[in-house]
Design a protein around this ligand. Structure first.
Ligand code: 5GP
Ligand code: ZN
Length: 113
């Protein structure tokens, strides 16, 4: 089944890409929920956080490393921001390719909706 995020990585679907590398890609969310809303994803198709195991430790570190780099580049690192991973239907996951949401530029509320 075609995965929209795999298509964006492959360049077959346009995306506002802000970071590329052999293992991780980041692009702006098409429906931003904050002034900064970037999605950070592994280039390898992983359906959700539920599939992550110890063998993915390096990749997970890379996802956070890229999130940190982009938070600094977007100018939200000092004031703070939120990293979100939605998992499954109750978690609000709508795209079946693991992604970190990097959200910033406004005050976040808690608890999340
Ligand atoms: P989820 O709900 O799975 O945690 O997050 C999926 C996110 O992907 C949503 O915030 C949604 O706006 C975004 N999204 C869905 N389709 C596309 C697309 O084709 N391009 C981009 N840039 N973002 C998308
Ligand atoms: Zn995919």
């Amino acid at each position: 089944m075609a995965c929209i995020f795999c298509e964006i990585i492959a360049g077959r679907v346009p995306g506002k890409i802000v970071y590329t590398s052999p293992d991780v890609t980041a692009f702006r969310d098409i429906n931003p929920q904050a002034p900064t809303h970037v999605l950070i994803i592994p280039n390898r198709h992983i359906a959700s956080a539920l599939e992550i195991g110890a063998s993915d430790a390096v990749l997970l570190g890379r996802l956070f490393e890229v999130a940190n780099e982009l938070a600094r580049k977007e100018g939200i690192a000092e004031e703070g921001y939120r990293i979100v991973i939605n998992v499954g239907p109750n978690g609000g996951q709508t795209v079946g390719h693991l992604h970190l949401h990097l959200l910033g530029g406004r005050r976040m509320t808690w608890p999340p909706g």
